[in-house]
Structures are given as structure tokens and as C-alpha cells.
Design a protein around this ligand. Structure first.
Ligand code: X90
Length: 281
């Protein structure tokens, strides 16, 4: 009996960084189109190369969700599959996974497949993957439904906030409303935004300068939920130094359990753009 965790590539966890003796893990790639070049968001993608291509490109760029067939292949490789996707309010990925589940179950009704909409992306998905791995590895009775219920409860309590230097790709691709007034192009102003419980993007504030931005993110975290004992993942786009400073601020100000730092893969790099920081907790 094979336990199987499937995620789309926006989770930012590389397949080679997942280690388990009993649980299979696969990420299904989204695709990024920059001018006439297509980047597949797999373990081999070289992010600096994609970012360079993005800054040189004047024409339109976009992304595409995985096909149902790609998810179906990943689901067919396991017996008990739990799949996490980026918010269905931002992408067609969730719907592709749901179609794939129906396709696979039609041919293999003995398999079990559960699709969970993360209502977020990046670090929140890594935390879900880790929790799923723990529950699967500890399971002795094949309690698939019980594990799915625990993961849904965990997802509902998760929060995500983020700050980007540039919101162009999110706005141009219709994933958030254009910024207005003083938020637009004011030098040194950093916009703070969150994932709403419905999985949409909402701007909640702004801060001037780096140090104040980290403080504002910490305050955003504090006001969003009780962070006592929380596990935190910071995903950054080519900004290890900023992620490290933010981590120190979080550890100094909040009673969290841990803060891990992860590099953005392709899809999140395309939207977060250089220096972007995403915090899942
Ligand atoms: O289907 C597709 O082409 C993918 C579209 C994805 C669009 C948004 C990706 C955002 C990635 C930005 C910060 C985190 C946002 C919080 C989620 C609600 C990174």
C-alpha cells in the first residue's frame, strides 16, 4: 500500500528535498511563459536564469496550471493520495486536480484520492506536506479519512502574509487589484499583503524601509492568529539576507516554535519577483 503526497510546484519544495522510507512525494509543475520561452517548474529549473529572462522581456508573460493528465499520472502512482494545490481563487490548478481524481477513480475505484485547496501557496503548502508526511508515517490502520480531516482542520488555521518589491506580474495577470495612490511607485515603500481565508490577495498595509517592513510583517502575523508554538516557513525570491533578518525579527517578537527559510521555485518566483518574501504559518 503506497501513501502518496502530490503537490503542484508552487509549494516550493523540491522533490529531491523530500525524504521518507514509506511516503511517495511528487510535485506537478506549472509552466511559466516569458516572451517566447517556456520554463517548466521542475527540480531542474534554474531560477536566476528565469529571472534574467523576465527582466529582459518587454512583451507579455504568463503562467499555466498543470493539465489533469499530469495530475492523473501522479495520482496513479500511489494507492492513498493526498494532493495540495495553490488557491483555486488564483489558479485553475485545483480544478485540474479534481478532474484528474475523477479520471483515475473511474479506472481504479479501489484507490483513495483527496484534493485539498491550500487557499494559499508556498510555505503554507510546505507545512501541509510536512504534516501529511508525519500523519502518514505514524499511521497503523490506514485511516485515510481521519488524516484528510486533520489536514483540512490544519489548513483552515493557517495564515499567509507577504511583501513584494514589485507587484507587476500579479496585477498584470489579473491575480490582484491594481495598487492605488501612495502605494503606487513610491520609493522605499513596501506593501504588506495577505492571503484571505478564501484564498484571494488583499493589501493590508505599507511600511517605509526594511526594518519597519519586518516589524510590520510581524505585527500582521500577531494580529492574524495566536502564533504560540506555530511553525513558520519563509519563502524568498533570491533574498536570503532579507529572509534571515525577517526570521530574527519573528523569533525576537513572537512565541513561535520554528522558522524555516526556503527558496522560491519557478511559479512563486515569477509572481513574487526578486526580493519577494512570503510567510506561511
Ligand atoms: O494557474 C496559474 O497560471 C497560476 C497562477 C498563480 C497566481 C498567483 C501566485 C502567487 C505567488 C505571491 C504571494 C503569495 C500569495 C498568497 C496566496 C493567496 C506568490
Amino acid at each position: 500500500m503506497i501513501w502518496n503526497i502530490v503537490s503542484d510546484s508552487s509549494c516550493d519544495l523540491l522533490m529531491r528535498d523530500f525524504h521518507s522510507d514509506t511516503v511517495r512525494f511528487e510535485t506537478v509543475p506549472l509552466r511559466i511563459q516569458v516572451g517566447d520561452r517556456e520554463f517548466v517548474d521542475n527540480d531542474e529549473l534554474i531560477i536566476p536564469e528565469m529571472l534574467e529572462c523576465m527582466s529582459a522581456e518587454k512583451g507579455p508573460s504568463s503562467t499555466a496550471c498543470p493539465s489533469p493528465a499530469a495530475f492523473a499520472r501522479a495520482f496513479a502512482a500511489g494507492d492513498y493520495t493526498i494532493c495540495f494545490t495553490i488557491s483555486c481563487n488564483l489558479s485553475g490548478t485545483y480544478n485540474a486536480a479534481v478532474l484528474a481524481r475523477d479520471m483515475v477513480l473511474e479506472e481504479h475505484p479501489e484507490k483513495k484520492i483527496c484534493i485539498i485547496d491550500s487557499k494559499s501557496t508556498a510555505g503554507a503548502m510546505i507545512l501541509l506536506i510536512r504534516k501529511a508526511q508525519q500523519l502518514m508515517e505514524a499511521d497503523t490502520t490506514g485511516d485515510f479519512e481521519g488524516i484528510c480531516d486533520q489536514l483540512r482542520t490544519y489548513q483552515a488555521a493557517q495564515r499567509t502574509c507577504f511583501t513584494l518589491e514589485c507587484f507587476d506580474n500579479l496585477i498584470k495577470n489579473g491575480r490582484m487589484r491594481p495598487l492605488v495612490g501612495t502605494l503606487l511607485h513610491s520609493l522605499g515603500i513596501h506593501v504588506i499583503a495577505i492571503a484571505t481565508p478564501q484564498g484571494t490577495i488583499q493589501v493590508t498595509g505599507k511600511a517605509r524601509g526594511e526594518a519597519k517592513t519586518y516589524k510590520a510583517l510581524v505585527e500582521q502575523m500577531r494580529s492574524s492568529k495566536d502564533c504560540t508554538g506555530a511553525e513558520v516557513v519563509i519563502n524568498h525570491c533570491e533574498n536570503a539576507v532579507g529572509a534571515q533578518k525577517l526570521k530574527q525579527q519573528i523569533l525576537a517578537d513572537l512565541p513561535v516554535k520554528s522558522v524555516d527559510i526556503v527558496s522560491c521555485r519557478g511559479l512563486t518566483s515569477f509572481y513574487a519577483m526578486e526580493k519577494g518574501l512570503i510567510i506561511g504559518y
